[in-house]
Write a protein that binds this ligand. Structure first.
Ligand SMILES: *[C@@H]1O[C@H](CO)[C@@H](O)[C@H](O)[C@H]1NC(C)=O
Length: 245
């Protein structure tokens, strides 16, 4: 499995040296106040899904992925799947279920996020074989996951930059589960509607097997996406400023 991914993370460059400016409505917590953090991060997804450039928070919903290539060469699924200008949507409804490690001397951190409906919508090109059937096409796609349960775990440490302590992310890991996975590829087989419709039915009938095969690739994609999002904030805001004094 090979994965390439280019994120379009649009963040304004703000002068450094001054304190990070949080929006008025942004809720911050005391360190290690678990319940407050659950609510504050959930509220961030809900109220600031368009991003907060001042603190390095990129637009989370939709989250634009410029380019994502999944090359899966062995096993029952043998495909080259290129996505172009796809939007990942649904995170404004995210609920934080668990959050740990936001301490005064942070090392390991973790967060569990439940997204009721997450959709990846945009351009695709596919070529290869799924289970036993050849597949080929280019057009618009929609991959949707229901009850997407995402677990983020990462390690890191505080480092000093220009006299201030920042948390630097080191290793990042994402696992996820979903209770249903829908796929819709328009314009398969050069627009042959009967073939394309049949293939979409076949894919959705076999979603569990397909998800099992694609899970490592999707997890790797989520890893790159969330690592970029999380690191961006930690790189921008001195660690202590993330909290109420
Ligand atoms: C994507 O598919 C889901 C599930 O079938 C559907 O609810 C949603 O409206 C679709 N989104 C778009 C943009 O077509």
């Amino acid at each position: 499995m090979k994965l390439q991914i280019a994120l379009l993370l649009t963040v304004a460059i703000i002068g450094t040296g001054s304190a990070a400016k949080f929006p008025n409505a942004f809720s911050r917590c005391k360190q290690e106040d678990g319940n407050c953090l659950l609510e504050a991060v959930t509220a961030t997804f809900r109220n600031f899904h368009k991003g907060v450039p001042e603190i390095g928070l990129v637009p989370l919903d939709p989250l634009r992925i410029d380019k994502m290539d999944i090359v899966q060469g062995d096993g029952p699924i043998n495909i080259v799947l290129n996505f172009k200008k796809v939007d990942l949507g649904g995170f404004r409804e995210a609920q934080i279920k668990k959050i740990n490690g936001f301490t005064s001397n942070p090392t390991k951190m973790e967060m569990n996020i439940l997204v009721p409906v997450a959709s990846l919508v945009g351009g695709y090109r596919i070529n290869g074989k799924v289970l036993i059937l050849p597949i080929q096409g280019e057009g618009n796609s929609n991959m949707t996951m229901v009850n997407c349960d995402i677990s983020l775990k990462w390690t890191g440490k505080l480092v000093e930059k220009s006299g201030q302590q920042f948390y630097q992310v080191d290793k990042f890991k994402v696992h996820f589960d979903t209770s249903r996975f829908y796929m819709d590829f328009s314009n398969l087989f050069n627009g042959d509607k009967a073939l394309g419709d049949n293939m979409n039915v076949f894919l959705n009938d076999n979603w569990q097997d397909i998800l099992k095969e694609l899970k490592p690739a999707i997890s790797a994609a989520f890893t790159k996406i969330f690592q970029a999002v999380v690191s961006n904030v930690f790189n921008k805001v001195p660690y202590n400023e993330l909290y109420l004094a």
